[in-house]
Design a protein around this ligand. Sequence first.
Ligand SMILES: C[S@@+](CC[C@H](N)C(=O)[O-])C[C@H]1O[C@@H](n2cnc3c(N)ncnc32)[C@H](O)[C@@H]1O
Length: 463
Amino acid sequence: MKTVRSAAAELLQRCRSGRAFAPELLDQWLAEDTVLSGPDRRLLTQLVCGVIRRRATLDALIQPLVERPWSAVEPVLQDLLRLGAYQLVVLTHIPAYAAVDATVSAAGELGWPRAKGFLNAVLRRLAALVSEDFVSSPAADAVPLDESLPLESWSADSPPLRYRRLRQALLPDPQEQSLEYLAAAFSLPRSLVSRWLERQGWQETIRWAAWFNAPPPLWLRVQTRRVSREAFRDCLAAAGIASQPGPHPQSLYLPDPPPVRQIPGYAEGKFTVQDLSAMLVASALEPHPGMRILDLCAAPGGKTTHLAELMNDQGHVLACDIHPRRLETLRRLAQRLGLNCIEPHLLHPQEPPPSGPFDAVLVDAPCSNTGVLHRRPEARWRWRTQDLKTLTRRQADLLRQALAAVRPGGTLVYATCSLEPEENERLIQELLRAFPRLEVEEEYHAIPGRPADGGYHVRLRCR
Ligand SMILES: C[S@@+](CC[C@H](N)C(=O)[O-])C[C@H]1O[C@@H](n2cnc3c(N)ncnc32)[C@H](O)[C@@H]1O
């Protein structure tokens, strides 16, 4: 039988192979697992996602305590040390002895019994440096926690963050080395922090960085064709699930959600999981019954199905993607939500999309994902400034394909879940220069935590 820590270490090992991402692996694992209790399932998710997200912080704390070069430590033992350190420093609900003992025992379960002494020694050294004092501002001896805060408090300029005090300064001094402190303490690539600091300054960068380390909030999009948002809230309340309506008329925020499949109405297609900022995109396209819409980057179908709902399932949404497995997910989602006006269409790379003309085209482009780093734990470690060139070239190609497919007078909505101007407004400004017949009707920057995911969308009219 697997314990939570050995399951976490095994999943971290699989994530390292790069063949799958943590959220998918966790979904799969939890769907097959019959042993772990509810709290253990939550802890497993927290450990795997937290260790990946906070890798730079954990390494900064552990490496000075290891008496051999870090590169000489087996990757599986590095994972176990990070797992132990995450529990000791970043989490607040696990006693130090339990964090150390359970993590060291996991080494035995994973076939590394002879490493137990080494792990025990390093983790005990770290435990001795960890205090139970918390402060509210950055310092070289203060490590930010990954706490969930009430949704409203993220909108404040300075959300009430807590930092754990260490007995020794193990991080760079934030006064003298602000960039290095943010990169290590909040665990972000230096080049990304440097852009954010330059664009928006210290306080807002901290707010973003903390938002991207906290567990991602769960928003539902209620299928109001089937049930009103109020009636659905009543069903949730009857099941003991609290919810808060958000600014989009279909949106509900769940502060303390159960596993999604256990939410009443799942099988009947009464809702789908979608972040509030993503909901604004399909609405920005202003779909209505009878329209013919091309969704150029459709999988796994969050926005395609939203378009179809807003069209009351009347008309045609051609849902294209180049990814067969994700397109299959889209097909299943449309089925669960009972939406028949969607036609999934697999595009082969380099194949142009079906020609139009369409009344509207949605380009929800592949991007750097910098607005959703909390939902994709690995995404921050894939960030490379130089990749922006390739991404924007691909985004520009998709925009050109969309323009060729939309009818005169039709609508083009472009969206990303990126915060980087090159992928957003700058790309659109270039497009407007090249195609003067285009007109911007609506442009929206979703700011992380105010109140949901970061991203961008623009609605263009093609005259
Ligand atoms: C941001 S995701 C789309 C998310 C989706 N719209 C939703 O709301 O669930 C971008 C998608 O673009 C797809 N993609 C990448 N390059 C593409 C291309 N040249 N043509 C069509 N789809 C592409 C990827 O496979 C990926 O599924």
